[in-house]
Design a protein around this ligand. Structure first.
Ligand code: MLT
Ligand code: MN
Length: 304
């Protein structure tokens, strides 16, 4: 039983290119088929190579299954001709880029859906998710800091990561650094090695830094390089902080936060289409690589 992960979607919400965007990275992707492209944020994990769990269900899930033979139906199983190796799905928050793909998973397949009680409440309040019939898709609440079996032989532990409520649930005032059930990271372990998946994190806390120390791999929020990157790219005024994402650069950024942390592999995931690290020739890419980071791409495999 060896943990194996595939980053099936490396981009943040919108993907690369984003359907309505002509800023530099998207423009390159529209114009040149060799330029980086990526689908929206999700991870697939297994320990036996047979049964798989998804961490987050991206709006691009159907294309991700098309691109990933491991996630495709087997020729015939005891379940019959309609089957899938996807046995469970875990959500790290209620954002559209992490839940919309649940609607792709209708069609009568049986699987377990894990999330914190707060995120289950968000799904419960949206009747469209009743398309996942509850007698087939068991909605399983997962408490923070309580390990559970995401798959046989694969233990998952959710923990609070500073963040906010989903964009579509924001009120007039928004707290962006809530530590609770709205945004979580997950530690995945096969009993020997631990991989952390944290696609959204508003800031590094001492408790989180301590938790990550010694991990074989950390797949971490790489939404923006600069906090004011959307403005720099000419596509808006929202900052990374306002979106609940810490930047890579700056004194409060992830590059600084991970300095001195003992982590085997550091991989940026959930990368926004405005982030200059998408360009392999950019100085920003050189900077993160010099600091020991890898930049995820669709199909990237991690055996921690
Ligand atoms: C985020 O990661 O900040 C969200 O996915 C944004 C969104 O919902 O578009
Ligand atoms: Mn997102």
């Amino acid at each position: 039983m060896t943990l194996r992960a595939i980053i099936i979607g490396a981009a943040a919400g919108g993907g690369l290119p984003q359907w309505n965007c002509a800023a530099a990275n998207s423009r390159a992707a529209w114009d040149d088929h060799r330029a980086p492209r990526a689908t929206q944020s999700a991870l697939a994990v297994t320990v036996d190579g047979d049964a798989w769990a998804l961490v987050n269900a991206s709006p691009d899930l159907r294309g991700q299954v098309l691109a990933t033979p491991e996630l495709q139906p087997r020729p015939a199983t005891e379940a019959g001709l309609r089957n899938s190796p996807i046995k469970s799905v875990l959500l790290t928050n209620g954002d559209i880029d992490h839940v919309a793909g649940l609607l792709t998973l209708r069609e009568g397949h049986t699987f377990d859906l894990f999330a914190t009680p707060a995120i289950h409440a968000v799904l419960d309040a949206n009747p469209i998710f009743e398309a996942l019939a509850r007698d087939r898709v068991a909605r399983r609440p997962a408490a923070l800091d309580a390990p559970f079996a995401l798959l046989p032989g694969l233990t998952a532990t959710l923990y609070a990561a500073p963040g906010k409520v989903p964009l579509y649930m924001e009120g007039e005032t928004v707290e962006t650094g809530i530590e609770g059930e709205q945004t979580v990271g997950v530690a995945l372990s096969d009993g020997r090695r631990t991989l952390h998946y944290i696609p959204g994190c508003a800031r590094m806390t001492p408790a989180l830094a301590e938790r990550l120390g010694g991990a074989a791999a950390v797949l971490f929020d790489g939404t923006v390089f600069h906090d004011d990157e959307m403005a720099r790219a000419g596509v808006g005024t929202k900052t990374g902080a306002r979106m609940g994402h810490m930047a890579m650069a700056g004194p409060e950024g992830s590059l600084a936060a991970f300095e001195g942390l003992d982590v085997g592999r550091k991989v940026y995931v959930h990368i926004n289409n405005t982030n200059p690290v998408w360009d392999p020739r950019s100085p920003e890419r050189a900077r993160v690589e010099a600091a020991g980071w890898e930049v995820a791409f669709d199909g990237m495999e991690i055996v921690p």
